[in-house]
Ligand binder design. Structure first.
Ligand code: IPE
Ligand code: IPE
Ligand code: MG
Length: 262
């Protein structure tokens, strides 16, 4: 009898989603994701890389929905880096088309779910069609307040830091700011991420353990989570796994463990 109950309990435990174990009070406000592995996923199936990107879009939808459901306020996705411009032209073109297409198709879903879409990155480098669709989508979704979905497009952290330094210099020369007042809070204000909190959790899929020029400044104290899963295979449960792991870490910010518990 005892065994029966124990095995019943064990199987109930197994069926329980990690979602139920997440602590609402400890939910990260901002999750950033380096969505990697689309190409390898497609190659593994004997398909072209773009097939991987197309399937990656489904994961974007699933993960956005999951984040909105559990109360994450900001989700930043690395979709195209400054360095990705050096990929074969045919892949770049296909990615840009996929992007414009997805923005157009998903607008009703964004509206229905109260999701505001924003962008960070060097927009002037994007094809005109893409820039226009970005403007339309941002404008349409600007009053949505359930969650912010931020796409990093033609983005790199070094690009952002360079434009921030340039603007700080210009404002210093113009007398708008005093060089003595330059501190980390001021630098925050000049970055394209100035309107959002820094991510508490950064996830990278595909097994690579590098940052690839993403949010260098903003992840100074983020918890890093790496998974072998390729982006098209990444599920809601994988996301809960990452958040569960995050919630069980001790974030010390330079202090000692004893200081935190007292
Ligand atoms: C990530 O997948 C998506 C983009 C960088 C646009 P990749 O295209 O980098 O896939 P892998 O890393 O080659 O497998
Ligand atoms: C990082 O992935 C950029 C995006 C996910 C958009 P990459 O696949 O381009 O990164 P590296 O070149 O392997 O570091
Ligand atoms: Mg990659």
């Amino acid at each position: 009898m005892q065994d029966f109950f124990n095995s019943e309990l064990a199987s109930e435990e197994n069926n329980m989603s990690l979602k139920d174990k997440l602590i609402a009070d400890k939910m990260p406000q901002h999750i950033a994701i380096i969505m990697d592995g689309n190409g390898r996923w497609a190659k593994g199936k004997g398909k072209f890389r773009i097939f991987g990107h197309q399937n990656g879009v489904s994961t974007v939808k699933t993960i956005t929905e999951a984040c909105a459901e559990i109360g994450v306020k900001y989700l930043t996705l690395y979709a195209f880096s400054t360095e990705n411009w050096s990929r074969p032209a045919i892949e770049v073109r296909a990615l840009m088309e996929l992007l414009v297409d997805t923005m157009r198709k998903e607008l009703p879903t964004l509206m229905k779910n109260g999701i505001r879409l924003s962008f960070i990155g060097n927009q002037s480098d994007l094809p005109e069609k893409c820039q226009k669709q970005i403007q339309v989508t941002m404008e349409e979704t600007k009053d949505n307040s359930r969650m912010n979905l931020v796409l990093a497009l033609s983005y790199s952290a070094k690009w952002d830091l360079v434009q921030a330094v340039k603007n700080i210099s210009l404002d210093t020369l113009a007398g708008k700011i005093d060089a003595a007042d330059i501190n980390d809070k001021l630098i925050d204000k000049y970055l394209s991420t100035h309107w959002m909190p820094h991510p508490e959790l950064l996830i990278r899929t595909s097994g690579e353990k590098r940052i690839s020029n993403f949010l260098l400044w903003e992840i100074a104290y983020s918890e890093l989570y790496f998974t072998e899963k390729l982006w098209p295979d990444f599920t809601k449960e994988d996301l809960y796994d990452a958040i569960y792991d995050f919630q069980n870490r001790e974030r010390r910010f330079g202090k000692t463990s004893e200081q935190l518990s007292s």
